[in-house]
Design a protein around this ligand. Structure first.
Ligand code: PMV
Length: 359
């Protein structure tokens, strides 16, 4: 597939109005995407677990209008939200070439999250993928040719990527790869693909408990962070390492070797933050309690035979990953030892999910 293949060529906008609704989950990367080229093309491949309960629910109501400019309103958790408008405006501008009907309609976008807005959990992956899916449903009802489910998901992922890179990994479950990598034949820089390799039962229903260490606004946005990988002294080595780690993870997912899984995943998290610390200007998104939690996880692993591990996204929060059969013990450990490191004692229990759903 090329970008050209995603241009809607044959449609009619005789439909006067309608409404579509999707729920789409967040995802957590195991091999991290950090650094991008123009048009949201990743510098390196990534793979993520799709989450189950951390979701955005979006309904788009559309009504025919005279074609001229984009026209839309956004309601977040029931209230009109002006702050989200510039992001959606940019998104519409980027995707208009692929969805030429966008100026034919006024859109009312109503959205809400299942997780608290001020939790520091990035809602861009679930939010952008939910909008992309709604727009695809509208496209499906306008298109004069049939859109297969495969093309539907592929284009939804392609559009979501143009909204926020990692959002392209939120359409399907349970594991999604984004970015061309030799070990994964179907992989593409343009959209996420469901990981079709073998997955050992050790990784079924893997758990992710998100410890909310800092709910404040990040000091440095992902957009700026990605840009700082241009001319970064370690960039090329890092991009190569991500390719190698993805190939290794593929083998580990098949063999069920959780010890190797832990090594790759924790190394990826720390490498992501090492890239931040060695950017110019440099920055640190971890907080003292992030390190406190990491050390406690390591100590717990040493004194038990637990396979619990951590990963981080571009922030201070810690994702605690563990096999389902350890759930009772790890939740005890979290309550006894880690909750004190969370802001207001807050954490969110989630697990691997199957991807987005139309509702
Ligand atoms: O999708 P963005 O531009 O917000 O970047 C997200 C990057 C990380 O969350 C740090 C890693 C990843 O692969 O999700």
């Amino acid at each position: 597939m090329t970008e050209q293949d995603f241009i809607l060529k044959s449609y009619n906008s005789t439909l006067e109005s309608g409404s579509v609704k999707w729920e789409s989950p967040s995802n957590i990367a195991l091999v991290k995407y950090w650094g991008k080229k123009d048009n949201q093309i990743p510098e390196n491949p990534s793979i993520s677990f799709t989450l189950s309960d951390c979701k955005t629910i979006t309904e788009i109501t559309f009504i025919k209008k005279e074609s001229k400019d984009f026209s839309f309103d956004i309601y977040f958790e029931g209230k009109k939200n002006e702050a989200f408008k510039p992001k959606i405006q940019t998104f519409f501008e980027r995707i208009e070439i692929y969805m030429p009907f966008l100026k034919d309609y006024h859109f009312k976008i109503e959205t809400s999250n299942t997780f608290p807005h001020s939790s520091g959990i990035a809602s861009s992956a679930s939010g952008m993928s939910a909008i992309a899916l709604c727009l695809m449903s509208i496209e499906r009802s306008l298109s004069t040719v049939d859109i297969s489910d495969k093309i539907f998901s592929q284009k939804a992922s392609f559009l979501a990527r143009l909204g926020s890179g990692s959002a392209c990994r939120s359409i399907e479950g349970e594991l999604v790869v984004w970015g061309k990598n030799e070990s994964i034949e179907a992989s593409s820089d343009l959209y996420g693909v469901k990981f079709e390799g073998e997955v050992h039962s050790n990784f079924k229903n893997y758990q992710d408990t998100i410890l909310l260490v800092d709910k404040g606004e990040k000091q440095v946005s992902s957009t700026v962070g990605h840009q700082l990988m241009h001319g970064h002294p370690f960039a090329e080595k890092r991009f190569k390492q991500a390719h190698d780690n993805l190939a290794k993870l593929k083998t580990v997912l098949a063999s069920g070797d959780v010890n190797e899984f832990v090594k790759i995943v924790e190394s990826e998290a720390l490498t992501l933050h090492a890239m931040m610390m060695t950017s110019m200007p440099y920055f640190i998104l971890m907080k003292p309690n992030t390190l406190e939690i990491i050390n406690k996880i390591w100590a717990y692993r040493q004194k038990t035979d637990s396979k619990v591990c951590f990963t981080l996204d571009a922030g201070a929060n810690v994702h605690v990953l563990y096999p389902e059969n350890e759930k009772a013990f790890i939740l005890e450990f979290i309550k006894n030892e880690l909750v004190s490191c969370c802001q207001n004692g807050h954490y969110i229990c989630d697990q691997i999910g199957q991807g987005a759903n139309q509702i």
